[in-house]
Design a binder for this molecule. Sequence first.
Ligand code: SF4
Length: 261
Amino acid sequence: MIAELFNEPADPATPQRRPLTPEEADRLPHIHRLLLGHYGQPAPREPWDPLTQFIYSLLAGRTKTPSAHQVMRDLERYFQAGPGNWESVRDATVAEIERAIAVVTFPEVKAPRLKAALMGITERYGSLTLDFLARYRTDKIRSWLEQFEGVGPQVSAAVVNFSTLRRRAISIDANHLRVVQRLCVVPRADAAITEERLMRLVPETWDAEMLDEHHSLVKLHGQTLCTFSEPRCEACPLLDICPTGKRNTGELKLTAPTPGD
Ligand code: SF4
């Protein structure tokens, strides 16, 4: 079954695409430079193995980052598990997993999905690991991961980009999506289409690590200044290139009291 999915050659050459205009080609690098100037260089990631990243990403959806990190520590403590040794989580009952992951959002949904995915991986590969994915094409890895319930493009991109697989992809979480939509970098769409459109703008020189750094900066921006309910556009390093920010600050000026009021 595994062979059927992965019987194609290694990653093909980058498909032909329309050449970008100079403005398009600099769109993401310009945003990157501005965010780097504001936030500084993100701490380099120490990539996890693909299965550990998969478990983290499956549980981290709609959960604040500190809680997502906490749940990994909780899983490790509760089941004496960890990288290279997740069998005790797979073999636990759904109720036990649900108790152990209580710190994340929707534990009652994520617990059965996690157990089913860990069992599914074992069934299909013969043991509980995702290290074998390193031999296969990025698009095939992603579609294979996305066969499991609850695994969408955001999770599959995180696994291929953040883990030791280190492939080119952008994990479009809610923060990333909101920021690029407000900046009007690409037309408004769901996360999967947004990633596809953004990848067309990514310079060919950006490797997996650079894409990870870009995602970290955009996500950090969404968590700090470009928040869901209260974007602080007046303090934003992207204001000059952000149509939403210009509209927001223009509205603020229009509604500000005039002298003598
Ligand atoms: S200017 Fe405002 S809306 Fe635009 S990216 Fe900055 S904080 Fe977000």
